[in-house]
Design a protein around this ligand. Sequence first.
Ligand code: AMP
Length: 464
Amino acid sequence: MATFSELGLSQKVLSAVEDAGYTIPTPIQIGAIPPALEGRDLLGIAQTGTGKTASFVLPMLTRLEKGRARARMPRTLILEPTRELAAQVEENFIKYGKYHKLNIALLIGGVSFDEQDRKLERGADVLIATPGRLLDHFERGKLLLTGVEIFVIDEADRMLDMGFIPDIERIAKLIPFTRQTLFFSATMPTEIQTLADRFLQNPEEVKVAPPSTTAKTVAQRLVAAGGKDFEKRAVLRDLIREQDDLKNAIIFCNRKRDVSDLFRSLERHEFNVGALHGDMDQRARMTMLHNFKEGNLQLLVASDVAARGLDIPDVSHVFNFDVPIHAEDYVHRIGRTGRAGRSGASFTLVTKRDGRHLDAIEKLIGQTIEWHKGDVSSLPAESEDTEKPKAKSRRGSKSERAETQNSTRNDKSSASGSGKSEPKKKAANNNENKRGKRREKGDLPTPVGFGDDIPAFMMIGAKR
Ligand code: AMP
């Protein structure tokens, strides 16, 4: 079994890895680190959760030990499709670069230009950026990319989905041809292969198997629920309260509208809950994620797109409020728990309408998922597929309100104590919206989620 010390990394990096508590490199790290240290181009086919970030951060840190940054001329550039992923990469550089004196600049939208300018001015060893904000800085004349020695394109297939490829092509032309390029993608559709062929010179190819199986340490269960939203919400609440070992959980919904509805409902029922969806602005999302990671929030309601790629370690439970429409999303969702050999639990609410999607999931993961107390055939007949378009009320349905009044207060007390958190939509006014369809599909024009009405609990102990 390989160890980190066999991979050729510097002593400073090895010490930081040891401090982080990692002893055995993951397959992508074993495959990617040695060629990256030699200065070779790399094509890494791997997704988040495989240790991919460290596979480029560790060799980059080692290589950066020689040389110094000059003002406005970053030495390395890492492109990420989303602000959260960019911030996560920055966290990795801070964690593994604790024995280095490196300047790190993070250029992401939704944050003021001034502070970012100051960091560039000082000379950045590591520049981490989303493509839109990077080009904004370039156009303002604040940035020269001619000193970039290492260029990383991360999550290329997501960049494609988000319409970023023309921006990336433009950026690549601004970087010297002699650079080292590290290119990562979870999948290799033709467009991405073409791009890789153009950007990479004689690359080392490292591929790790995409998880089509769920970790054995995760207990997976199906839970029968009536087809109406309020019935599903009641089942979910009972299920959450039943879990003695629930440390924290992510609750996935298929639609972002349902994320808001479910979040408000759980909040009304006094759960310690937050929400993460594509309409929230940068500050709100980062604060929310931070509070969840720090344990200030126990539950996080999220959509697939908002949660994809986020590194949230140590989640004890995953609840699928809806059966995902794409079977792969099930694997992604379940992958949020049971990480690194820990045990986890997942529960998927299933209505009588979900049969087809459930079959596809079981086929993909190659196993039948057990039911937690009786399957859907045990449901009363009136729950079947009778949902009418409901007159939506922020205060919930009549039966739900009655239930709220009668319910004994849950001891998982709400940190907000307020239900006044209706997301407000405002048009974002930054330049990022102007280029291509930059965000989650269907999200344009980009509204700002909570606007000025950020609920109090989201502001707890935010570092950023
Ligand atoms: P990533 O694929 O980069 O998103 O990493 C997924 C998670 O694995 C992160 O929480 C990392 O901190 C963690 N990780 C990275 N490398 C290792 C390793 N060699 N051993 C255990 N965990 C790791």
